[in-house]
Design a protein around this ligand. Sequence first.
Ligand code: GRF
Length: 217
Amino acid sequence: MARAKLAVLISGRGTNLQSLIDATADDAFPAEVSIVISNRPKVEGLKRATKAGIRQHVIDHKDFQSREDFDEALSEALRANKVDYVCLAGFMRMLTPKFVNDWRGRLINIHPSLLPSFKGLHVHERMIDAGVKIAGCSVHFVSAEVDAGPIIGQAAVPVLPGDDADALAARILEQEHRLYPACIKLIVENKARLSGAVVPFDSSVTAKGALSNPPDA
Ligand code: GRF
């Protein structure tokens, strides 16, 4: 069966892109990364795409007068490449409601907190400052509000004594790299579907998936 086509949108170093590239290198994985799009030229993530032989495209937001124009160019590129799903992976642009609506149910993001806590930027510093004891990451369908939208999967990690933002970020990132491919697999296999404001559990998702670890890929 043909594998689903993923577009991965990045703005920087692309370690989550790498985790998707690595997962999809296995022919048994039900999706492939068909294009990488960056809104910034020359970022590390683009080099990862080159190395993996994946088509890439820079759509520099600075070349556009408005958010609407940028998003239209983005949509055009996605349509031209006939992608099935759009994975945001460190993509640092706010998307217009029209774009979000056009790609509803096919637009996915990863965020380094246990949503709906700690949306937005500087998440790790803010968690350390707030003294939380459990942190983690979330993969969710994108809705118009930033870092909101139906949660597909989450992974939790402890905050340890002496952690600074970098140490915590590294611990969370390790889980991000497991969680994102696992959630993409669930979506493509139709086990994670939007139902109103939530993604209900599929009967095949184990209790382990429901607790602190990502569902088994
Ligand atoms: C990750 O922490 C991701 O959760 C957030 O931005 C960061 C991107 O890192 N949305 P990378 O570019 O994937 O390494």
